[in-house]
Design a protein around this ligand. Sequence first.
Ligand SMILES: Nc1ncnc2c1ncn2[C@@H]1O[C@H](COP(=O)(O)OP(=O)(O)O)[C@@H](O)[C@H]1O
Ligand SMILES: N[C@@H](CC(=O)OP(=O)(O)O)C(=O)O
Length: 499
Amino acid sequence: MHLLQARTPAPLKLQAPGQALSQVDVVYKFGGSSVRDAERMREVADIVCSFPEHLPCVVLSAMGKTTNMLLECGELALSCHTDQIGSLPPLRAIRDLHLATCAELGVEPPVRAEVERLLNELQQLLIGINIMQDLTARAKDSLVSFGERMATRIFASYLRSQGVPARQHDAWDLGFTTDDNFGNGDIIYDDTLPKVCAALTFKPGAPRELPIVTGFLAKAKSSRAITTLGRGGSDLSATVLGAALQLKEVQVWKDVDGVLSSDPRIVKNTRPVTELTFEEATELAYFGAQVLHPLAMQPAIRCGSLSVRVKNSYNRTAPGSVITATRDLSNTVVTSIVLKPNVTMVDIHSTRMLGAHGFLSKVFDVFARHQVSVDVVATSEVSVSLTLDPKRIWNDGEVDEEIDRLVYDLERIATASITRDAAIVSLICNVSRTSEILQRSFSVLLREGISVSMMSQGASKVNISLVIDAADGQRAVKALHEEFFGSEGCGCNGDGAAQ
Ligand SMILES: Nc1ncnc2c1ncn2[C@@H]1O[C@H](COP(=O)(O)OP(=O)(O)O)[C@@H](O)[C@H]1O
Ligand SMILES: N[C@@H](CC(=O)OP(=O)(O)O)C(=O)O
């Protein structure tokens, strides 16, 4: 007997949802790591039902690595024979995972049929991509949408089978609307917030059903085609819902004990950060911490009264991290250390022009025309240096060509040189203690023999960024973490303060 079948789940109890509450009062978001298989879906259902004082709205991502596998299917569809589409290994893995989960959770027959219909539709889309030999950003968004669409249907059905009234919603049916920037749609708040609020406000006499909403997805305002909010975008879906419903809290449930003092895949003895501001969380995400989507704090900032809590679905009693508008930084030195690998540094020199007024605007005009956003900027008397993240800006195949075009245009006004293989180490920190942070950081880097080619203290006042060779990135992060957070068991309280 399968291990999962051997486990008899205790029946779920959601105490009379809606009897005490007339409105959803919290959003829970569970990412792919939290719902990777049937056993995890059961666990998540149990979490959802273990706070009977709340009436939640649940946002789900695709199960496990489904989004990656869908993208892989798209790439493979471009190079295989049409007859081979049905047996592409990632497509088979997606089919097996979702049908096995339906079986193990005993989802209702009509929902299983719906999942099968979606799997067939997915295969048809891949055949279309194969015949057209064209995988556009628009087609990619439709392709990856199947992950969230299947996961939410299965989960809602499982809740219902356990006696919990639940209803699946595709985010676009609730009003999630973006611009037509496929792959990275920008939420159009003025359209989205009122529609979502109206759609999820219970009508008098209507049944109270837990809304189970697809994360990551929306529809474009003008084309009405499916769009996505960028990788990891379900965090943003959750905070958009929180803002639309004017809630006090959104909880994003991950596979770690909250936002950590560094990336646990690089540093072994990380510790949870108990409190962060929206600004700290945004900088941390923007500069590479995968734990949150870089734009996820925007709805909370707009809303004013919303806080975001990061919790661990594998360790539900851990307090997690709370993200709010302000916090007391007086005991904080460093909050978290983040590594952004694979950045490109652009050095622009001009002995003649740099001091002349309008020069910097000409430089940034070139970047604007190429639609390139820059991460870190530093200027000297004769040069301006900046970094960009090619992977975030261009598709894999087009990076070299696009950089060449950018340099060509920059060289009309100055000389420009490119350094690939750079990395940014960002210290999310209390910038009012800059002197201490820089003194300690540079003595660590000196000891490690790591040189810094550029540094910048963001206007945000929560971030000091150091640009180094990519090859030194992980070593620098480990050494800086040791300096500011100590080694395991040091009694450091997670705020990076000197001991
Ligand atoms: N500073 C950090 N704090 C917490 N997690 C981090 C950090 N940097 C990187 N991570 C990684 O982010 C992962 C959680 O994000 P993600 O995989 O997107 O979760 P989910 O799929 O649940 O949304 C963790 O497993 C961890 O490896
Ligand atoms: N499934 C999408 C959206 C998302 O937010 O996923 P996760 O919550 O697992 O990071 C992705 O993989 O990008």
